[in-house]
Design a binder for this molecule. Structure first.
Ligand SMILES: Nc1ncnc2c1ncn2[C@@H]1O[C@H](COP(=O)(O)OP(=O)(O)OP(=O)(O)O)[C@@H](O)[C@H]1O
Ligand SMILES: [Mg+2]
Length: 384
């Protein structure tokens, strides 16, 4: 029933298996080399693991070469050089590690030297009524601390504005862009949710509602349409190069990103890296930055937690939380001074590492013309 193989057929079968094995090794070897290059470029992947990959890759690459040889002598010669291949790979690895361990002298500075490059702290007008005086510095007069309103967001701050949908995040950053542009300061506006023409329509409305001449601000707001150009969302280096080009060309002073969450949709474990990189970018280019971040349904409304967890609020200088509450009972109606069935909006500065700030929860209003306005603190409302 079963066909008996002749010795010649068995040799043939073995050769077939051998060829399949070599083909498999080639494919795997390609992947290892690719991974190896990636790890070296990233400089952040576990060395011991890849060191062993390197050896394997060295052996395999030599094996690939040896697979091309026909005679047994060639195979023996190739095996001998495999050892040399591994040694060379190891030496290169050691050399690379030595280079990476060199001290980064440029990263050192005395306080005096670093202080010379320290940014000046002043207010950057937000364009939001009731917000600018919620940030302050403190002066000592006659031995007593005296609060001095900053008059806006702290200069060169990276501010995170977070909240559930429809809480006024986009309105707030649009008002900021219009206000800054009207004061003569060009703004770089990265739109990730809405395509540029739609943002333009919104900005025109904000300008009208704020009583600002739209004609005068049009050339001072530079839109980066990451909603329409996917590469700007998916490749952070491409986005940063585009922003750097715009900052140099238009000499922008502030940066708006609506929203950074769109840069790590479906890959929230990247949030920390992406936000850190953008944060460093804003600092390097001395931009006062507003990053909008979106909350997930599981996040507590009044906390600074957003998509990516606390990554955003940990990294940025300042977090602002916007929320809304549907009044459902008498107690809430009394607390928020609004009838049952109405939605009230709340505003809170969660923290700011650059200056003092108000810590109360404020009522917030979105006017009929679509402007965000900060109202009185909730505690005062309760006392009344
Ligand atoms: N032109 C306008 N006139 C009146 N009200 C407006 C206008 N534009 C927006 N609003 C109101 O403001 C709300 C908040 O809008 P906004 O786009 O700022 O929300 P958001 O927090 O950015 O939401 P999302 O997370 O979905 O982007 C809207 O749901 C709407 O009720
Ligand atoms: Mg929005």
């Amino acid at each position: 029933m079963f066909k008996k193989h002749t010795p010649a057929e068995l040799v043939c079968d073995r050769n077939c298996v051998g060829r399949m094995f070599v083909a498999f090794i080639r494919r795997v070897s390609k992947n290892f080399l690719w991974l190896r290059r990636l790890s070296l470029a990233a400089g952040s992947i576990n060395r011991p693991v890849f060191s062993s990959f390197s050896q394997t890759a060295g052996v395999i690459s030599m094996a690939r070469r040896s697979a091309k040889t026909k005679s047994e002598e060639d195979i023996i010669a190739a095996e001998a050089t495999e050892e040399t291949g591994v040694e060379v790979a190891e030496e290169m690895e050691v050399e690379r590690e030595r280079e990476e361990q060199k001290p980064v002298v440029e990263g050192l500075a005395t306080l005096r030297e670093a202080g010379k490059r320290a940014p000046r702290l002043f207010g950057i007008a937000s364009g939001v009524e009731g917000l600018d005086d919620l940030f302050f510095t403190t002066e000592i007069r006659d031995g007593k601390p005296v609060k001095k309103p900053l008059g806006g967001f702290p200069s060169y701050a990276v501010v995170n504005i977070t909240g559930v949908p429809d809480t006024g995040k986009s309105l707030m950053v649009e008002q900021f862009a219009i206000k800054q542009a009207s004061m003569g300061y060009p703004v770089l506006f990265v739109t990730i949710e809405s395509p540029a023409p739609f943002v333009a329509a919104g900005l025109r409305q904000r300008a009208m509602a704020m009583g600002i001449d739209y004609e005068a601000v049009q050339d001072r707001i530079v839109l980066v349409d990451a909603a329409s150009y996917a590469i700007l969302r998916h490749s952070l280096p491409t986005l940063l190069n585009t922003l750097a080009h715009a900052i140099k060309t238009y000499e922008t002073k502030s940066l708006v990103v609506d929203s950074i969450t769109g840069l790590y949709e479906a890959r929230e474990m990247m949030a920390r890296d992406i936000v850190r990189t953008l944060f460093n970018f804003a600092k390097k280019w001395r931009q006062t930055a507003l990053f909008v971040s979106q909350k997930r349904s599981s996040h507590e409304q009044l906390s600074p937690e957003a998509a990516g967890g606390y990554a955003v609020s940990h990294i940025v200088d300042c977090s602002i939380v916007l929320s809304k509450v549907l009044i459902t009972n008498r107690f809430e109606a009394k607390l928020y001074k609004a009838p049952v069935g109405e939605v009230v909006r709340l505003f809170r500065i969660d923290g700011c590492r650059l200056c003092g700030h108000d810590t109360k929860t404020h009522l917030m209003e979105i006017t009929e013309t679509g402007l965000v306005r900060i109202g009185p603190p909730l505690s005062v409302e309760i006392e009344e």
